[in-house]
Design a protein around this ligand. Structure first.
Ligand code: GDP
Ligand code: MG
Length: 448
């Protein structure tokens, strides 16, 4: 596995502080193989690895894990981001806020799952899922190539109780699209889904047909449906559609199969469009929001390593908290401690776990955020930097004259120095309170 291979690469590196370029390059050769095995297209894998190499070089290796594990975590995080964001990132929604009917056009190769996905989305919209009201949906098949393709959609429509456009034999795709649009307008449908014909391969005739339909129907969404098992070929398909039709998103089908999900990364890289859904089976409710984290895990095949690293990062925060707790037990909190806390706030984007646990810190965070965030942190650090060692250990020494000197030395104002001192006083006061409550352990026990 990738884990074993990376282990080999990094065995000789144990105990070193930061990842060097040579370390990272060695690891990235293995990562590249893993990406290709997951069916990420070669040029996409190459570009991705180059980008990650830049980010990873120089990063510190957390204690209790190996550099190889650290690299896996970096790669994983970058994958999640490229795939559209992690937990909490809004699932890409369908853009239906246009004057009705909102047209959703499905495009893709033959057999990719367009017709099935059309019915799946129609079922959701008409059933009032996707966090909105029930929509009145009309489906129309523009597939005049495959015998019975229009009947296939009509049958699905009956199953899910969604209307389909009556079939008129011999009509061409653009004319069917026109008729569907008119019917949807006249009969007050909210959404019109256009299921188009595919080909076995991308060709000029198919693209011309897609362009003509898009021109007539002016779709709010054009979704490219791609079989996740397509693998290396996915890039060519995506590139062709993306170049010639204004796509708004991608649906990956057959994610229930044994595909490792590399096509997802290729799709994102080539189209730049969000992956809006994942098809996870033949049944008409087998459609899910796309989970970037899950798919990243599948591509790397290293979910266990990723959570190991996350736990290691958490335990370092706990160590920091314990060091702090020891000081608190004595009721101490000087400028050096404040400086360490400010630095941590900055590293964690103002939301450190430790900071959240200390009553005074919460207030300090809010004050910092209210005053403009990072810039204030930089100023505060400069002010503490302009203090003498004595002043840092014993801030009570700082009188009016010293305040002027500190303000000058740090390029700030006496007012700002006063604010910093006030913040310190409040936090030192909170520390004393914590001591009375029985220290950090007592406080945590109280918080449950
Ligand atoms: P089209 O030619 O693009 O319209 O493809 P179809 O919608 O007709 O689908 C082709 C085949 O793929 C059908 O047998 C579907 O049941 C199957 N299919 C579509 N989506 C999925 C999926 O997410 N998972 C699985 N396992 N099968 C799917
Ligand atoms: Mg079809």
């Amino acid at each position: 596995s990738l884990s074993d291979r990376l282990g080999g690469v990094f065995d000789r590196l144990r105990g070193r502080g930061a990842l060097t370029e040579a370390d990272v390059r060695a690891a990235m050769r293995e990562v590249r193989v893993a990406l290709l095995e997951a069916d990420v297209a070669l040029p996409v894998a190459r570009a991705f690895v180059d980008k990650i190499t830049e980010t990873a070089v120089g990063q510190n290796v957390l204690r209790s894990i190996t550099p190889g594990q650290q690299v896996v975590k970096i790669v994983n995080d970058a994958l999640v981001e490229m795939l559209g964001g992690g937990e909490g990132a809004a699932t890409a929604e369908l853009e239906l806020g246009v004057t009705p009917p909102a047209v959703i056009m499905m495009v893709g190769l033959q057999g990719s799952g367009k017709t099935t996905t059309t019915a799946k989305i129609a079922k959701r919209l008409s059933g009032g899922q996707m966090g909105r009201d029930r929509k009145k949906v009309l489906m129309a098949s523009l597939d005049v190539n495959r015998p019975n393709a229009q009947e296939q959609l009509a049958t699905l429509g009956t199953q899910i109780e969604v209307a389909t456009l009556p079939i008129i034999a011999g009509q061409q795709p653009v004319d069917i699209a026109r008729r569907a649009l008119q019917a949807a307008k006249l009969q007050g449908f909210d959404v019109l889904m256009l299921d188009t014909a595919g080909r076995l391969h991308v060709d000029a005739a198919l693209m011309a047909e897609m362009q003509a339909v898009a021109e007539v129907a002016d779709p709010a969404e054009i979704l490219l449906v791609v079989d996740s098992l397509t693998g290396q070929d996915a890039v060519n398909v995506a590139q062709n559609f993306s170049d010639q039709v204004p796509l708004t998103g991608v649906v990956l089908t057959r994610m229930d199969g044994d595909a490792r999900g590399g096509a997802a990364l290729s799709m994102r890289a080539v189209t730049g469009k969000p992956i809006k859904f994942a098809g996870t089976g033949e049944k008409l409710d087998a459609l899910e929001a796309f989970h970037a984290e899950r798919v990243a895990g599948r591509i790397l095949g290293m979910g266990d390593v990723v959570s190991l690293v996350e736990r290691a990062a958490e335990s370092i925060q706990v160590e920091d908290a314990e060091r702090m707790a020891a000081k608190m037990a004595k009721g101490q909190f000087d400028m050096n401690d404040l400086r360490a806390q400010l630095a941590q706030m900055q590293r964690m984007g103002g939301l450190g776990a430790l900071a959240g646990m200390i009553p005074g810190m919460k207030k300090a965070q809010n004050a910092v955020a209210g005053a403009g965030g990072d810039k204030v942190l930089v100023h505060m650090d400069a002010m503490i930097g302009s203090m003498t060692i004595k002043e840092r250990n014993k801030p009570e020494l700082i009188n009016a004259k010293r305040k002027i000197r500190i303000a000058k030395g740090s390029g700030t104002t006496v007012q700002e120095v006063n604010k910093l001192l006030k913040m310190h006083q409040e936090m030192a006061g909170a520390m004393k309170k914590i001591k009375k409550m029985g220290g950090m352990k007592g406080m945590m026990a109280m918080l449950g």
